[in-house]
Design a binder for this molecule. Structure first.
Ligand code: ADP
Ligand code: MG
Length: 371
């Protein structure tokens, strides 16, 4: 028992994707290899409270969403006497030593570098990207700027801030539309799950779409709409970066785009082709672009990279990257990896080992001047 690596599955979180996280975490919890790992479930509720859950009695085969137990003791992450991360009960009890944290949470305050910063301060190894890559990947504007700087095509877009929109609505509207043609997509910069996204088909509708998007973020993108196929690639770090077979998401024709409804409310919201119906050259191109994006954004561990394939030009452009992609058994990341020869349990083992390696490398760095 003592020689097993202690892996904290951190789940829930303070984002709108809390419920998705409970599902992702149930899947990860079930598939982590118990011959190597002792798995410790730590939840973060919507108020931000961390709790240590004893899920021994849980029937995992029947568990779709990992529960947060009402009587689970509250804990906090701290540095133990030897400088390693521990879970410290708030009320009473001994600290629980841990080796690695797997944040199976999505969205703002989970995937955007904030939790990663907390884990850095506690000197604990964690799965996935670090603070920098998590933060820039969550910001649709900065992520696209870095990708474009690396020579990766992105759709043309304008950025508006809530301040300037409030100050001068009409000139902001004019600037937002400049050089773009209808339809355009209005998107809050830091959201996910298509929340606050609007497809705008007449310029008259732009103002209302911006009003709504500014409810979710202070920075909003107005992006050229592309008549496109939606292609996703899973990237996994190794000796070299490994790109999975790409998949294609085909939102059902009665949805205007891959909206929140199509993603979560409509069981027939989208059809998935895995592998995507691409010729060999297209497949190789999108896989290469995916690893280029991963590298340009300085990601670690894993990420899902999403592209548009323009039906007219036949060109791919980078849309967005998810540094903590959905991890339910029907989520695209594990499915793409599985289809590419990496079964779910092995994927988890590799992610944990990558986290430990990365931590060790960073721990070996000098923190001050050495003569
Ligand atoms: N420029 C665009 N052209 C065409 N469709 C788009 C564009 N931007 C977004 N969409 C549609 O909106 C969906 C959600 O946008 P996306 O940028 O992926 O945000 P989210 O982070 O919420 O998934 C996409 O999957 C796609 O269907
Ligand atoms: Mg998306």
């Amino acid at each position: 028992m003592a020689d097993k690596t202690r892996v904290v599955v951190l789940y829930g979180g303070r984002s709108g994707e809390h419920e998705v996280s409970l599902k992702s975490a149930a899947s990860a919890f079930r598939h982590l290899d118990r011959s190597r790992f002792e798995v410790i479930p730590v939840s973060v509720d919507k108020a931000g409270r961390w709790q240590l859950n004893d899920l021994h009695a849980l029937d995992l085969a029947q568990t779709v969403s990992l529960p947060i137990l009402p009587d689970a003791p509250e804990i906090r992450l701290a540095r133990g006497p030897d400088g390693r991360g521990v879970l410290m009960p708030i009320a009473q009890g001994a600290p629980v030593e841990i080796d690695v944290v797997f944040p199976v949470m999505h969205g703002p305050l989970c995937e955007d570098g904030t939790v990663q910063g907390l884990l850095e301060l506690a000197d604990v190894a964690y799965v996935g990207s670090g603070v920098l890559a998590s933060a820039v990947s969550m910001d649709k504007d900065v992520a696209k700027r870095l990708a474009a700087f690396a020579g990766i095509p992105v759709a043309p877009y304008r950025v508006l801030t809530r301040k300037e929109f409030a100050r001068d609505r009409s000139s902001s509207l004019a600037r937002a539309a400049e050089g773009l043609s209808l339809p355009v997509f209005v998107k809050p910069c830091n959201m996910g799950s298509s929340v606050g996204i609007h497809k705008v088909k007449t310029w008259d509708a732009l103002g209302a779409a911006l009003d709504d998007a500014f409810r979710y973020d202070v920075k909003v993108l107005v992006e050229q709409g592309i008549d496109a196929r939606e292609i996703e690639v899973a990237v996994l770090e190794g000796e070299t970066l490994f790109a999975s077979l790409a998949s294609e998401l085909n939102p059902n024709a009665h949805h205007e785009f891959y909206s929140y409804e199509a993603k979560y409310l409509d069981p027939d919201g989208a059809r998935v082709d895995l592998p995507a119906r691409l010729d060999a050259a297209q497949m190789a191109r999108v896989q290469s672009l995916a690893t280029q994006v991963f590298a340009a954004l300085e990601c670690s561990g894993f990420a899902r990279v999403d592209f548009f394939l323009d039906r007219k030009s036949g060109e791919f452009c980078f849309n967005e990257i998810n540094t903590l992609p959905g991890f339910t058994s029907i989520s695209m990341y594990p499915k793409m990896m599985e289809a590419s020869g990496v079964p779910y349990p092995e994927l988890l083992t590799r992610l944990v080992n990558l986290a430990l390696d990365r931590h060790e490398q960073r721990q070996s760095l000098e923190r001050g001047y050495v003569s």
